[in-house]
Design a protein around this ligand. Sequence first.
Ligand code: 5GP
Length: 197
Amino acid sequence: MIPLFIVISAPSGAGKTTLCDMLLQSYPELCYSVSCTTREPRLNEEDGVDYHFMTVPAFKKLIEEGSFLEHASVHDNYYGTLKAPIYDALREGQCVLLDIDVAGAEQVRNFVAGLPEDDPMRKGFIDIFINPPSLEELHARLEGRGTDSAAVIEKRVRNARKEMARASEYMYQVVNDDLDAAFRRLCDIINVKAGLI
Ligand code: 5GP
């Protein structure tokens, strides 16, 4: 399998975390890029596993130091992908999975486009947008999750509408209407890119 550099974006509640977890279980060579964020940890989230949770000043220091491959403000919090762990993993022949928002994906896409054509990061690059079946369904899923207030849910649905308007910027789109079917479609995309089928 060639070292793949996979970017996945989706509105919150589209099932991206579940699908990413399924991918990580199915592909042992795939490693998850743990992002930095200034938002508060949710219940069950672990520092260093789900995110590197940090203060705004600590995040801003990393920006100044040029440590991020991309960073963006999402839902009033900062999120960013550190460069070094990604380079290290790809150099070791591992595949890397990034779960980032549309603004971050755009930065990564522009960065990759500026690399020489034979650069491993460019050769292994794919970006995929996961769509919920509908905005109504997304709203229902966010409510069902029970982790966010009504105001936060409204904001996430408004953001989802904007994000979905940019889905066509991605190489591939998958609709998560049925979890297993969406997972199979993701695997097909990855296997074709990796030269496995
Ligand atoms: P959540 O707070 O629900 O975990 O994530 C909110 C949004 O932030 C999701 O759309 C997720 O993809 C995005 N996100 C997570 N990590 C990063 C990152 O490192 N960079 C960017 N640009 N977005 C991120």
